[in-house]
Design a protein around this ligand. Structure first.
Ligand SMILES: Cc1cc2nc3c(=O)[nH]c(=O)nc-3n(C[C@H](O)[C@H](O)[C@H](O)COP(=O)(O)OP(=O)(O)OC[C@H]3O[C@@H](n4cnc5c(N)ncnc54)[C@H](O)[C@@H]3O)c2cc1C
Ligand code: FES
Length: 266
């Protein structure tokens, strides 16, 4: 884990409330993997707590880290004011990322909404030695505009939006059902809204497929020094910032979806 002052190379609006920031990092970039996150320092000292943001992509040859973020409150709003040439202090990489040391597997990667953030690097790493199927979903076309920034060559991709403004009208679960029906899948990895991941985990368990989910909890320290991100699992209490954010879905207690997510493949 590094504390590093990094030069901002680019910071631009992708669509609506969604932004992409590229920064130069000589140290952290060399040790980062898909699914890990960084605590980004907000300039205004009134906001003492850093903001946890997933690693979107890393270019290890050029020492560039990418972060894809959505404006939620004051901290992320401040990020949008940062300009190329300014300095951002980062802490990371933090947490446990996705499993990528697999060979000749058929992998499904599912990103929902902001959960698309870690999928760029994940897909990039998996597709070197495996077949990857990608399912991406969002509220509307603005929420999936970021897909233009992903290298999806050779990746069979399904896109869904709630309002049908891009891809198929519907949600990622319907697409997952179709993929599970038509393929023998070895591994599913997902990041997105909690309800969506519960439904994915349930489908994976039914199909007896190994599944990893990336959880999001409010974080104060990001380095297991407080109890802000503690969760109950079937394997005892875990800290999302240290033991996760990526977990084997089997140890997460609440994998029973309480809402019907529109999947009719049961
Ligand atoms: C492991 C992890 C990875 C994340 N990756 C991304 C990402 O790639 N892109 C992205 O846009 N967002 C991501 N988030 C969510 C992001 O951290 C919050 O949206 C952001 O902290 C909100 O800060 P704010 O000041 O804009 O909002 P405010 O609501 O003003 O935040 C107030 C406080 O709550 C904390 N907080 C608020 N919402 C969250 C949340 N959902 N998760 C954790 N802390 C929160 C903030 O750190 C801050 O301390 C991630 C969260 C986690 C835990
Ligand atoms: S955020 Fe402090 S222990 Fe995880």
């Amino acid at each position: 884990m590094f504390l590093e002052d990094c030069k901002i190379l680019e910071n631009y609006q992708v669509s609506e409330n969604y932004y992409l920031m590229k920064i130069e990092s000589n140290k952290a970039s060399q040790h980062s993997k898909a699914g890990q996150f960084f605590m980004l320092k907000v300039k205004n000292e009134i906001r003492i707590l850093r903001r946890p943001i997933s690693l979107h992509f890393v270019d290890k040859d050029k020492n560039i880290l990418e972060f894809y973020y959505e404006v939620k409150g004051g901290g992320t709003k401040e990020f949008t004011d940062l300009e190329a040439g300014e300095i951002m202090n980062i802490q990371g990489p933090l947490g446990k990322g996705f499993k990528t040391d697999v060979l000749d597997k058929k992998c499904v990667v599912i990103g929902g909404g902001m959960g698309i953030a870690p999928t760029k690097l994940l897909i990039n790493d998996l597709k070197k030695n495996n077949e990857v199927i990608f399912i991406a979903g969002g509220r509307d076309k603005n929420a999936i505009e970021i897909l233009k920034n992903l290298d999806l060559e050779g990746v069979k991709t399904y896109i869904t939006t709630d309002d049908g403004s891009a891809g198929e009208k519907g949600n990622v679960i319907s697409a997952l059902c179709k993929v599970l029906e038509e393929n023998k899948i070895d591994m599913i990895q997902t990041c997105g809204p909690h309800k969506m991941m519960e439904a994915v985990a349930k489908k994976a368990q039914e199909a007896e497929v190994f599944c990893e989910i990336s959880l999001e909890e409010k974080m104060a320290c990001g380095v297991k020094a407080c109890v802000g991100c503690s969760i109950k699992t079937l394997d005892g209490m875990k800290k999302v910032c240290h033991d996760g954010p990526v977990f084997d879905s089997k140890i997460i207690v609440d994998v029973n979806p309480k809402e019907n997510l529109g999947c009719n493949c049961n």
